[in-house]
Each structure stands twice: as C-alpha cells, then as structure tokens.
Design a protein around this ligand. Structure first.
Ligand code: NDP
Length: 249
C-alpha cells in the first residue's frame, strides 16, 4: 500500500496536480476517519478523495467508502458509482484498474464487440467492475463476458475459449500457455511476490499469468510489472481531472 500511495502522489505531481497524503495512526477511530472524510468532502480545493485499503480491523471499510461524496469518489467504489457503472451511466467513476484495462484494449486497437471475454476473479475492485465495463454496449464493450472465481469448475475450459482473457486472481503464474487460446489477448492484472534468491531484494514480482509460456500463444500480452499497474494510476488521474471539471461546472 505504501508503494501505491507514493506512486499515486508522484504521478499527480508529474501532471501538475496538487496531491496530499494524510497518514493516520493505526489507532485512529472510525469516527475520526469519517470526520476527516467529511472535512475533505467540504473542502472546495479537493476534487478527489481516496482511502487506501486495507484499513485496520476496527474500521468498517464500507462505512468509510459510503461517506465519500460520490462526486469525489475517484476510486469508483461508492455504491452510487458502482450502480452507475452497471446501469451504463457515464457520469460516474469506474474503478481505476478495470478502467485502465479497458483503456489499454482501446489504445492497442483490440476489437471487443462480439468477442468472448473471460475475466478470472470477481472482486469488487477488479473482476466485477471489469465484467460490467466489457458487457456495456459501445466502444470498448459489447463483449460476451464470462466471470470465473474459485468455485468455477474446469477453469481452463473457460480460459481456452477467451478471445480476451483478463486475469485478476492474486495467484502467481497460475494461467499457463496451454490454458490460452492461440491468438488471444491476455491482460494480467495480478501482482505477486515470489521468492527469488538471485533477485537483489530476495523476491521478484510476477503476474497471475505464466508470462514465458503465455507469450508463445497470445497475440498480445501485458507484462508484470509495467502493464496494468501504470494504467491504474493513469485512470486515477483521469478520474480526478474529470471530478475537478464536474465540480467546477
Ligand atoms: P482478490 O483476492 O480480492 O480476488 C481474487 C479473485 O480471484 C477472487 O474472486 C477469487 O475467487 C479468484 N480466485 C482465486 N483463486 C482462484 C482460482 N484458483 N481459480 C479461479 N479464481 C480464483 O484480489 P483482487 O481482485 O483485489 O486482486 C487480484 C490481483 O490483482 C492481485 O494480485 C492484486 O495484487 C492485483 N491488483 C493489481 C492492481 C494493479 O494496479 N495492477 C490493482 C488491484 C489488484 P473467490 O471470489 O471465489 O474467492
């Protein structure tokens, strides 16, 4: 989380946006945190608020997310924004990681209309909103979407049908080349640490996809690190700029 917070702050500064990181002690009460959110909601110099998860156990994350005014919820986790995404209303904020994946597909000219998209993972942060974006009518959407999770039977049978395979499982290198349809577009959202005695820090980062075997089969594939991660931050900046324009209007 600390790494993410730092890179978000740095990216904001790079594009000329003021960013403030408020560190609170782990002993902060839920009421204190809610009071801080209220203050930021009311502050006209602030256009976007995000609360970095995970929170200490004594704080209910959904109470905090619901307290952020939906117009400043640039992470896109408030139920109002989640609902707008599902309905297809475009004035809300889509969560940054799936929005970044969709933007990647668009920028690389990947046709989505009528394609089989398989999303592995059903979290509220990645899998579910990813499916919601891909199934919407219009640009970057119109997919036939399958969502897989830990109770899915025969995962490989689903992944092998995917024209566009999006993996967000949090399981290191589980998706191998033989689980991928030849020519598929593979987007690897996973970021996992695996021990590696030869690496300077004793570990390295890998995705949920086994890159070496998958790249032989896929037509396009994202690397880890460097693929979806930077897109997530870019979408956070985009959402914040949109929030600023909307709040100023
Ligand atoms: P979660 O742990 O919340 O969700 C993982 C999902 O994968 C769950 O829906 C789970 O199913 C499913 N899953 C786990 N094991 C299997 C399995 N063996 N077969 C099928 N499905 C399985 O993780 P997140 O969605 O938050 O994150 C996923 C990954 O993406 C992580 O590695 C995370 O670090 C990374 N991430 C990267 C970001 C970026 O910016 N690049 C941003 C956010 C996340 P079930 O629901 O049944 O438990």
């Amino acid at each position: 989380s600390a790494v993410y917070v730092r890179s978000k702050g740095k990216a904001s500064q790079e594009v000329g946006m003021r960013s403030e990181t408020i560190h609170l002690p782990a002993t902060t009460s839920q009421n204190e945190l809610l009071a801080l959110v209220d203050r930021l909601n009311a502050d006209t110099a602030v256009h976007g608020i995000l609360v970095q998860m995970p929170l200490p156990k004594h704080i209910d994350p959904s109470a905090v997310i619901r307290r952020i005014t939906p117009e400043k919820d640039v992470d896109g986790f408030h139920p109002v924004n989640v609902g707008k995404l599902l309905i297809g209303e475009r004035d809300g904020f889509a969560p940054c990681t799936p929005a970044g994946v969709q933007e990647l597909l668009l920028r690389y000219g990947v046709e989505t209309a009528g394609r089989e998209a398989v999303v592995v993972g059903r979290s509220n942060i990645v899998g579910k909103p990813m499916a919601a974006l891909l199934v919407q009518p219009g640009r970057g959407g119109d997919c036939t979407v399958t969502v897989c999770h830990s109770r899915t039977r025969s995962l490989a049978e689903h992944t092998r049908r995917a024209d566009i395979l999006i993996v967000a499982m949090g399981r290191a290198e589980v998706i191998r080349g033989d689980m991928i349809k030849p020519g598929a577009v593979v987007v690897d959202v996973g970021i996992n640490r695996v021990e590696d005695a030869t690496a300077p820090r004793g570990y390295r980062l890998v995705g949920d996809v086994h890159f070496e075997s998958a790249k032989e089969v896929a037509s396009l594939i994202t690397p880890v690190p460097g693929g979806v991660g930077p897109m997530t931050i870019a979408m956070l900046l985009r959402n914040t700029v949109r929030a600023a324009h909307a709040l100023a209007a």
